[in-house]
Design a binder for this molecule. Structure first.
Ligand code: GTP
Ligand code: GTP
Length: 444
């Protein structure tokens, strides 16, 4: 998935622009329940192109002493991780010395950079935007994030060079390998866990071809199953300064999540659930990846049953948008119960990659319809004709019906739950797509 980062000085309107661009998407995708309003990433679809937009608004602390350094870190990270960059400036303040510094940094990249001058709310401000050509750039996009001015042109050019959305990947022999990513905030224990998992095991470390970043994945075998631990170099590499900017660390997680089958979202038992953890979990959900929630540093809590209960309730409650994710507790440091992790990952993967024959799918659909008749919608009975599993990873079912637009959320949820239960898919995300009946299906 193409990743586009929005960067710029504080207060130029990055978050406003992010929200403006995402708004187009709301007709397509539901917002995630349980995730805080201030999202950091969003999937955006624009004329057949889908990309992930990353907001870096609010990343920089606002402490005048540190603004310059932190903004620089933000830009460097975006350059490292993103595929394209929206560099936002503020027409009202004019060209700021820091804009010049950042433009110098951005000029060194091969990646596409779009220079956006925000707060051009009307034609009177166009002249203000023109000043930004002084940065030595070919094209300046004058926009008003608050009012929507100029956004269309920007998106047009941004998506022009992007590849068309790919059809779902084919399953190949290589799929015998389970791709696992360990993700989480700084300091939750990712490195400790990865080292614990790999231990003395003989590992084959190979740079991954075709990735722009210096991704190193580790391939190993356990109980006759092969696993690929994604981005282990990133996990093991320590002391990067941007890790001090906790919010930025989420960007590191996105690429790994994109490349995995099952994401282990690691939490720190001592600190409980933070918004950052939810952002990471939200992205795993949005990308339809398998998920295991790992409550690490369990040793710090173990002797306090009340705290244990409270924490487990909190995790279940706040991660309720990932109801299928098993929750494991362990101590990466001592290794206690870490041995349960890979079997859990494997079980999630097996469900994630499960395929069900069309006969069975239709029998289960008929059963569901019988148990709970589809509701009348505006006097018309919703009718389902036929269903089939279109793909795996995650299991995706297509249901042909007379009026897909009118399948109510609660009925879709009932069907999803029924499918989950009937097919033994309680630990994987499952997708149901509703389609109008076409000639071919009608003949069956
Ligand atoms: N007039 C005008 N104001 C805008 C526009 N876009 C954003 N603003 C205002 O600019 C201020 C900063 O907007 P944000 O979106 O929070 O800026 P940001 O770059 O994310 O800021 P940080 O969180 O500090 O990084 C807010 O008061 C917005 O209402 C615009 O198009 N026109
Ligand atoms: N008590 C306790 N401490 C742990 C456990 N796992 C990790 N730690 C400690 O937590 C700190 C952070 O662990 P790391 O493995 O470096 O965390 P990380 O997530 O890789 O951190 P970043 O590299 O900053 O992203 C270290 O001091 C670890 O010793 C655990 O199970 N129990």
């Amino acid at each position: 998935m193409t990743m586009v980062a929005v960067v710029g000085r504080p207060n130029v309107g990055k978050s406003t622009l992010f929200n403006r661009i995402c708004r187009r998407r709301h007709a397509l995708v539901d917002d995630l329940p349980g995730v805080t309003r201030d999202r950091i990433t969003a999937q955006v679809s624009y004329e057949g192109k889908t990309f992930t937009l990353v907001d870096t608004g609010g990343f920089v602390s606002g402490d005048p002493e540190r603004i310059a350094g932190e903004t620089r870190e933000q830009v460097l990270l975006a350059l490292e991780e993103a595929d394209a960059i929206l560099f936002v400036s503020d027409a009202k303040t004019g060209v700021h010395p820091e804009d010049v510094t950042m433009a110098d940094l951005l000029r060194r990249t091969e990646k596409p950079v779009f220079y956006v001058v925000n707060k051009v709310d009307g034609p009177e401000q166009e002249a203000l935007a023109a000043e930004f050509y002084a940065l030595g750039v070919d094209r300046v996009y004058a926009v008003s994030a608050a009012h929507g001015r100029g956004i269309h042109d920007l998106l047009e050019d941004l998506t022009a060079a992007m590849p068309e959305d790919e059809p779902p990947e084919e399953e190949t022999e290589a799929d015998a390998v389970i791709r696992v990513a360990v993700v989480g905030r700084p300091n939750v224990g990712k490195s400790t866990l990865v080292n614990q998992i790999l231990g003395e095991r003989r590992v084959i470390v190979s740079p991954t071809p075709g990735t722009t970043r210096d991704a190193v994945d580790t391939l190993f075998e356990k109980d006759g199953r092969r696993y690929l631990l994604i981005d282990t170099a990133g996990i093991r590499r320590k002391g990067r300064t941007y890790q001090k900017l906790e919010k930025l660390s989420i960007i590191k997680a996105l690429g790994s999540i994109d490349r995995c089958h099952v994401a282990v979202v690691l939490l720190d038992a001592l600190e409980g659930v933070t918004d950052q953890d939810l952002h990471i979990g939200g992205y795993v959900q949005e990308r339809n990846r398998g998920c295991v929630i790992g409550l690490n540093k369990w040793d710090t809590l173990e002797k306090d049953p009340k705290a244990v209960r409270r924490l487990l309730d909190e995790v279940k409650g706040r991660f309720r948008f990932l109801p299928h994710a098993p929750i494991l507790t362990f101590s990466a440091l001592s290794g206690k119960r870490v041995a349960k992790l890979l079997p859990a990952v494997r079980e999630v993967y097996e469900q994630y990659a499960l395929r069900v024959g069309t006969g069975v799918v239709n029998r289960v659909l008929a059963e569901a319809l019988e148990r709970h008749e589809p509701p009348l919608v505006s006097g018309r009975r919703l009718k389902f004709y036929y269903a089939t599993q279109a793909s795996t990873r995650p299991p995706t079912f297509v249901l042909f019906c007379n009026d897909p637009e009118r399948v109510h959320f609660s009925y879709a949820r009932f069907l999803t739950n029924h499918f989950r239960e009937s097919f033994g898919m309680d630990k994987t995300p499952v997708r149901l797509l509703f389609r109008p009946r076409t000639g071919r299906e009608a003949n069956r």
